[in-house]
Design a protein around this ligand. Sequence first.
Ligand code: URP
Ligand code: ZN
Ligand code: ZN
Length: 468
Amino acid sequence: MTTLIRNGRIVTAVDDYTADILVDDGRICTIGKNLVVGGDVEVHDASGLLVLPGGVDVHTHLDSSTPTARTVDTFGTGTKAAAFGGTTTLVDFCTPIAGVSPLKGLEDWHRRRESACVDVGAHMILLDANPGTLEDMKTLVRSEGVSSFKLFMAYPGSLMVDDGALFKAMRVAGANGAMTCVHAENGPLIQALIEEAVDQGLAAPKYHALTRPAILEGEATHRAIRLAELAATPLYIVHLSAAEALSAVTEARDRGIPVHAETCPHYLFLTAGEYERPGFEPAKYVMTPPLREHSHQQQLWRGLKTDDLQVVSTDHCPFCFDEQPYGMQFSKQQGVESFSRIPNGAPGVETRLPLVFDGAVVKHGMSLNRFVEITATSPAKLFGLFPNKGTIAVGTDGDLVLFDPGERWTIRAAEHHSRVDYTLFEGRAVTGRVKKVFVRGQCIVDGANWRGREGMGQYLRRGESGRA
Ligand code: URP
Ligand code: ZN
Ligand code: ZN
């Protein structure tokens, strides 16, 4: 199939110009002025619109089990939601079963991802660094296109690894061209604070935040960086929320250490004030790390401007607020008796691009190029997807977003495509809206109309990660 996008303002991380784009057989074949095509070509007029590379979200948890719950979006629904939000590439976290080879975990993940509507890659979560696991890491990078691993410094007893295991995994990752992603919070200390709170009968959702203070994210981030330095490996701090953590990243980057970090829209736009909402509603905002005080946000915006933060991803980890219709396993209601049992995670895959555009470009004066860089180009480069993903150039995949930079609209969960029953941003007015989305040249979102289908997303075998 051949598609022509006519007369759009093409914005990449480095360019900004007006031209036509011709996509043939999935790839951009020509970019130029006034291209002439035959009647068999599907033509889309992009006059007055930005043409952006499809968004790249490198942090999602679709159809995935956590220690107590299961995320409610399938790959079909989660990627459809992503597409409506202008994201055409996801790198999703594959969680293996403890004691079972990660290769088996990947096999199961592949079965689930078959319903994807956009292209997806996998990061592998590591629950140990036993000799077999370290060997599997090499196979994952070399044969399976999984070139990044996530390890947890939090959640003792389920997901956490100790510093020795973290260091061992980092060394293997670095030696094999893979990125180590770290969830940096001091797990044992947080566990002690949670136990104290529970013993005192403190049950409300706000104690989730009060038992995970920013200083413990800062401490763990600093520790992860020092371990990565010793292991001589690139490091990526996921879902960074705290100024203390950002200081550690900035200090290391200033010394030339290859440390990278992402933050998420909820940390940029929401504060711990959400935990003061009435009743059980604050449970919607229970994710890790928790929302912080307003002063942290100023630092995050600074970090995005100075490239101490390179990426905004969503950490889309959706659990319904209500028990129905999907059941308790998928619901925040599990934690109604105690904050310690609320499934940790929040949705966001459909609102990332418009929120970041509104916050970064409209309100903070960030350039369009930098907006594209933090939402598409940098994540593609850091995770072995560039240049096929994350930019607009001849020979690359025809993943494109037509974006109206002037349209003002209001975010409503009722209009979303995810299975989750709420958004963190209900009623928030934003400027900038996704109008059309193309995956490998095929128009899958056309205004409010869905033209994609489950199963059309391809698996992304990724190249070397962490060298951007
Ligand atoms: O609360 C969160 N972030 N849940 C998802 C799992 C993780 O730590 O990324
Ligand atoms: Zn995490
Ligand atoms: Zn996550």
